[in-house]
Each structure stands twice: as C-alpha cells, then as structure tokens.
Design a protein around this ligand. Structure first.
Ligand SMILES: Cc1cc2nc3c(=O)[nH]c(=O)nc-3n(C[C@H](O)[C@H](O)[C@H](O)COP(=O)(O)O)c2cc1C
Length: 338
C-alpha cells in the first residue's frame, strides 16, 4: 500500500508523471505489503476482531488460513478455556493468529501468562491498560496491539511499548467509544509513529480502501465475520445481522459509562427504558447478565445481546472467510489503482 499512499499525495502532479506512475503500478500490481503485514507476518492487512463468545478457534484459524490475522476472543472466559482454544487453533493452522485479552477478565493475569506459554504471536487488548503485562509479552516476542478509542490512549499505549494500535470508531459492534472511524483514524495516525489499524464500520473493499486513505496500515473487522461460514455463532444471530438495516443498532449504557452497540430487540428497548427512568446499575445489569452468551450460544435474539456494528446493514450473505477476504482485497485493489 506504500505506493498507493504515495500516489494519493501526488494528486496534483502533471499528466505525464501520472501516466508513468500508472504504467509502473500496472506492471508491479498493487503491493499488499504494509507495515502490519510485515510486523505480523501475514498476507493481507485484514484482522478479524477478537469477539467475546463469538471469536473462537474455528473462526480465528479460518481467517489466518485465508491470509488475514484471526483472533481468539478471550472475553470473560477462564484461562483454561483460553489455553484449550489456542491449542485447538494450532491444530487447524500453522499461520500466526492472536488472542484478544479483555483486561477486566478476573483471570487476566493467568491469561496473560497462557499466551506466553502457548507461544501466541499477537495479543490485542481491550477494556483497560495492558502496561503491567507489556514487559513479559515483549520479552516473549509477542506483538502487542491495544484497541483504543481516542488519541490520548493511543499515545499512552505507544509510550508503554505497543507495536501498533487498533483505532476503533463508534460504528463498531460491542463496547464503543464516541469518535467515529472517519475522525479517529487520521488523528491517531498523526499522533503516533507506530502502525494504526482502522476498525469500525469496515466490511468491504470500499471501506478497506477508505481506511488506507486515512493512513491506516490494516483494517480490523468484526461484524462481517459474524456471518462467516466458519463462525459458530447461533444461526438466529447470523440471520439478525443479515436482516439488519443501516439504523437497526442501538447503543445501551450511555448513562452508566459502558456503551455497547447491538441490534435492537426487546432487551435494548427494556434497557433503554430503564436508563430513561434513572434505574440503578444493578437493575440494568440484571437484564444483561449472561445475555451475550444467550444470543450467541442459545440463539435467544429476543432477550439476548446481539452485538453488531452499524455496517450490519451492508452485511447480507454468509461466505467463507477466504471468500470474504479475497472479495475485499480484489475490490480494494480496483479502487486503489489509478
Ligand atoms: C459480537 C462482538 C463482540 C466483540 N467483543 C469484543 C471483545 O471481546 N474485545 C474487543 O476488543 N473487541 C470486541 N469487539 C469489537 C471487534 O473486535 C471489532 O473491533 C469491531 O467489531 C470492529 O467494528 P465492526 O463491528 O464495525 O466491524 C466485539 C465486536 C462484536 C461485533
């Protein structure tokens, strides 16, 4: 993508120069190498976001096998379960994959050690500051990539020794910040010198190309991979994502500082009503306790949490991870050529 970015910065050059450059690029083909493909040893700069309950070893291994980077979502799972998931993924792929460590997990200390013991190559982190694990992970050669929703946090993570950051916009499914992908990514790119991965609202070649133009070196997608054939999420969940329109997501938890984007259903209506009435956190938590598992595993899409992003409106069919990645890359390649 280096050539693409250089080209974008030469938009005012004369026709002759453009033609030379065009011929040169046609001869080379688009170089899909970016700082992230180099850093992680992957073929395509597409990362599958760690997703609690959803991103288990089948999905992670399939994305890695397809040339992207698959990530197992540790979520709130015990360390023994995470170890098992890693070992199963290793049976399915020899390519690098990662683990997303939710720092609020009560067994986060244990999981931090498990990823070292199991030789995991990449760790992404959510919900906090991974500072206390950084030295141990770096010593083990693990690439550490925190997910951030602000410039301030991105700078802090760079200072703490992160290898890259995922700049995640509010369009994303799951726990979110307030800045949009369009505004957050270029500001983070300007603020740090480590590579930036764009996340939030990206699900096709157009989104991929736009992220590259904003200065990102890769994209992370969650919502599109929810409907991958290899994703073991309940069929009812997949159908909700496929049926969703552009404005079918709701954000619960704005009033208590834990905003979560998900598809509207009975649960979100009741939760939002409780927020309106100024209910206590305990009352609200009663509704959501175990609710993601309920939707993902049991297929309860009425009282379960169907986390998905705004881009669900564009996600319309089940495909293999390989088909998704190849489609995105070929679409992006056409768009990024002169
Ligand atoms: C069902 C679901 C669960 C998620 N769980 C996590 C998580 O446990 N940790 C995390 O860092 N991000 C989590 N995310 C965010 C994704 O990793 C990814 O950054 C996000 O989905 C990208 O935006 P998109 O949904 O618009 O593609 C989750 C997203 C979804 C849809």
């Amino acid at each position: 993508m280096e050539c693409v970015k250089k080209r974008a910065s030469h938009s005012g050059v004369c026709g002759r120069y453009k033609m030379d450059l065009y011929l040169q690029i046609r001869k080379m083909g688009i170089n899909m190498k970016t700082k992230i493909t180099e850093l992680l040893g992957i073929e395509y700069p597409i990362i599958q976001g760690g997703m609690a309950w959803v991103a288990e070893y089948h999905l992670a291994a399939a994305v890695s096998e397809a040339g992207g980077l698959g990530i197992i979502g540790a979520g709130g799972a015990p360390a023994s379960f995470v170890r098992e998931q890693i070992q199963k993924a290793k049976e399915l792929t020899k390519k690098p994959f990662g683990v997303n460590v939710m720092l609020m997990n009560p067994e986060a200390d244990e999981i931090a050690k498990v990823v070292v013991e199991e030789g995991v190559k990449v760790v992404t982190t959510g919900a906090g500051n991974p500072g206390k694990y950084m030295a141990m992970w770096k010593e083990a050669g693990i690439k550490v990539i925190p997910v951030v929703a602000s410039v301030g946090l991105a700078k802090m993570m760079e200072r703490a020794g992160a290898d890259a950051v995922v700049a995640e916009g509010t369009e994303s499914g799951g726990h979110i910040g307030s800045a949009t992908t369009m505004t957050l990514v270029p500001q983070v790119v300007d603020a740090v010198s480590i590579p930036v991965i764009a996340a939030g609202g990206i699900a096709d070649g157009r989104g991929f190309a736009a992220a590259m133009m904003l200065g990102a070196d890769a994209v992370q997608m969650g919502t599109r991979f929810l409907v991958a054939k290899e994703c073991t999420v309940h069929e009812n969940y997949k159908q909700k994502v496929i049926a969703a329109k552009d404005i079918d997501s709701a954000v619960t938890g704005m009033s208590n500082g834990h905003p979560v984007r998900q598809i509207r259903n009975k649960l979100t209506r009741e939760y939002l009503q409780l927020e309106k009435e100024g209910a206590s956190l305990e009352e609200m938590e009663k509704l959501t306790l175990g609710s993601l598992r309920k939707a993902v595993v049991e297929g309860d899409v009425v009282t379960g949490t169907i986390m998905a992003g705004q881009i669900a409106g564009m996600v319309s069919k089940e495909q293999t991870c390989k088909e998704m990645i190849e489609e995105i890359m070929s679409e992006a390649e056409k768009l990024l050529k002169l």
